[in-house]
Design a protein around this ligand. Sequence first.
Ligand code: HEM
Length: 451
Amino acid sequence: MLPGMLFNIPRFFDWISEVHEANDLTFAFKGPWFSGTDMLFTVDPRNINHMLSSNFSNYPKGPEFKKIFDILGDGIVAADMELWEDLRKSGHALFHHQNFLKLLVSSTTSKLNDDLVPFLEKASVENIVIDLQDVFQRFMFDTASILMTGYDQMSLSTEFGEAAEFTEEAIFYRHLKPVILWRFQNFIGVGIERKIRTASEVFNRMFAKIISSRRKEEMSSGKKEPAINAVTYYLNADTAKYKLLKPSNDEFIRDVVLSLLLAGRDTSSSALTWFFWLLSNHPKVMSKIRQEIKTNFDPTDLEKLVYLHAALSESMRLYPPVPFNHKSPAKSDVLPSGHKVEADSKIVICMYALGRMRSVWGEDALDFKPERWILENGGLKREPSSKYLVFNAGPRTCMGKHLALLQMKMVAVEIIQNYDFKVVEGQKIDPVPSVILRIKHGLKVTVSKNI
Ligand code: HEM
């Protein structure tokens, strides 16, 4: 089956969705003999609930995942078992720290007022074409960087952006290649594996500077301030409580914070890019959001913007920023769909396909309809996470979900209130085969003031 898959790489996500639909939501992919590329693909909500929630302990990400994501080292994204537990619990305390939330709101507000609005203002006056995806990536990188390291990168770090994109694409292709092949390519430094090595050097350089200056600050301040950024928090981690954390080891701090930084930058910028792309094709949805902002906007309570929330949820259903997840059973098992899975085998859950299944979402699954998220009484409809898996489900649910939604709403409201975008005609809007759903050549638009 590998040649069929490789042939369809340019339209991988749509192809994999069609295959799921034709195979009743679950199918076994067979690669060449002994290549180690056999995988079970499933988007059956019963199987998802079984693996991610009710039998969570039997479904770690597995040793192969750790190899594929080796660039993230001991960060939470690739961790399993006891280390994951320590990272999750300590991360939970950080993400629920009042000062951390305050830092998110203050950094987003100042980045909006000082950088994004003046930038869009200039683009509208000079009538220049901008790449909205690139703008959101820089914006999210700067705010995520303030939150995670305490430093504002001032959108200058194109080097980090490129390194992140190469990493995410290389990790996608590693899923399809025998381990021995991509490890050899990495060793001799060819193709995309050469780029992942360069990316690793970029991350190491950047974190070496940040960690050493944060350590110096900690030593000179002498007293323990309440932590607000992730680096400072992990430098002061309580090892009596979290036994597997290593606050004095720079490499460990780099791994932990790099995962958080990537989780924060690329997901929200992907979600906003696809959201504005869909709005440009659905002017009625745009007018409804504008109307809601006019009548219900309260900067201290963005939850009141029910239709905006519905439109964001609907956009991420069709274009989930993290398009797939990977599991590997610790012991053999039988899934609720009846498929037998062996210990250490690979299981892939494709969120992109799940959001498009007619048997899960109805005949209009492919349509962009925020209304499907609104109840008759005007409230928000909640869907089980085994059906709406955009933020993952069970004990490994996304830790930044509430921060991400808050930040995306702040950005969306500011832009929608003040600007109109016109998408430059003739662009091909296709997702890149990657572990983050980006548009291959970005989203080129012109900007005008909304008067
Ligand atoms: C629209 C935005 C976002 C989406 C769609 C999203 C989605 C996800 C998904 C699907 C996972 C599971 C990944 C896996 O297990 O392989 C995840 C995990 C995670 N996310 Fe998010 N995320 C978003 C934003 C954020 C932000 C802004 C942060 C941090 C500030 C964040 C922090 C995390 C962390 C720490 C995990 C790991 C949780 C664990 O393994 O226990 N996410 N996210």
